[in-house]
Design a protein around this ligand. Structure first.
Ligand code: 8YV
Length: 330
């Protein structure tokens, strides 16, 4: 018997423990086949749901939100990035938006560090070679499969928020020098802890770094922040790692430049038009591509689900949900 409980529509499958709890607490409509919803299905959902739980694969834009019924009061996003949601339109329609910050910080920073290590040291290239053609290895050679040293190099972090700082902590342990560009300079204690150098000018920072890590959200202000012009400022020996959002980099320009040897390589967990990936990036030996796995740990996904539930419960109990997102924050 579910009557009396608020209708919550969840767009994708979530970990079992999260779905079970949602069933207990709400009239939860779950997506058992996990197929991403079409825009028409999203429209149908916002016409009926009191709370919508979308993910990065749902585009909750104005064409969806303009059909929202007056009963839709909360969009509790399963994810930290909220670029899949038109925040301005949601606010104008009196719909609260929440996200899941904090719980995926360490996992995403681990994956970022893994890419920072993997790309210059040609880790997947070497591993793939043995998997696909063991005979291609004739034995150790002093000059074969040489990569670039990581220790002592300059890491430029774009966006020194929670994840950026967690990346910096790890990178310091590997002997990287920490540089960053951010909308605002971070507190002095954080800069001191990370021995981080602030660059007000992104252009100037780009020209001097050995590795760039993108850790800022995708917003109108960061769309193609790494444009063709800015990518051209990088040293040809520089590497780029992106575990944030594909839209922050002009993907076609990056693909062209990696192919032309104007950038040494890239480690990408996110893409501009997911799940599509520029074929040049896919093919290049100098590029490590991952299918958006930054937060993909069992622990992380359960904690994200728990955060979604806390936001919904708090809201339904008549209080301000803890992870409320305001358009100005993004
Ligand atoms: C999530 C992410 O898996 O939270 C984010 O912003 O990019 C991912 O780690 C995804 O967004 C879930 O909706």
């Amino acid at each position: 018997m579910t009557s009396g409980k608020p209708l919550v529509i969840v767009t994708r499958r979530l970990p079992d423990i999260v779905e079970t709890r949602m069933r207990e607490l709400f009239n939860a409509e779950l997506n058992m086949n996990d197929r991403p919803m079409s825009q028409d299905e999203l429209v149908a959902a916002v016409k009926r749901a009191q709370i919508l739980v979308p993910t990065v694969t749902d585009r909750i834009d104005v064409s969806v939100l303009s059909h929202a019924g007056p009963q839709l009061k909360l969009i509790a996003n399963f994810g930290t990035g909220v670029d899949n949601i038109d925040l301005e339109t949601a606010r104008n329609r009196g719909i609260i938006v929440t996200n899941t910050p904090g719980v995926l910080t360490e996992d995403t920073a681990d994956m970022t560090m893994a890419l920072i290590l993997a790309v210059p040291r040609r880790l997947t290239e070497g591993a793939m070679l043995l998997k696909t053609d063991e005979a291609a290895w004739e034995g150790w050679s002093p000059t074969w499969m040489l990569g670039r040293r990581i220790y002592g190099k300059r890491l430029g972090i774009i966006g020194l928020g929670r994840i950026g700082q967690a990346v910096a902590r790890r990178a310091r342990a590997f002997g990287l020098q920490i540089h960053y560009h951010n909308r605002r300079q971070v507190a002095e204690e954080i800069e001191q802890e990370l021995a981080a150098t602030y660059w007000e000018s992104l252009d100037q920072m780009l020209a001097r770094m050995d590795i760039i890590s993108v850790n800022c959200p995708h917003t109108p202000a960061t769309y193609h922040l790494l444009s063709a012009r800015r990518l051209n400022l990088l040293k040809p020996t520089a590497y780029i790692v992106n575990t944030a959002r594909g839209e922050v980099i002009d993907e076609n320009a990056l693909a062209r430049m990696v192919d032309a040897g104007e950038i040494a390589g890239a480690g990408l967990d996110v893409f501009e038009h997911e799940p599509a990936i520029n074929p040049r990036l896919l093919k290049s030996n100098r590029v490590v591509v991952l299918p958006h796995m930054g937060s993909a740990t069992i622990e992380g996904r359960v904690e994200m689900g728990e955060k979604v539930i806390i936001n919904m419960k708090t809201f339904l109990d008549g209080h301000a949900p803890p992870d409320r997102v305001h358009p100005a924050m993004f």
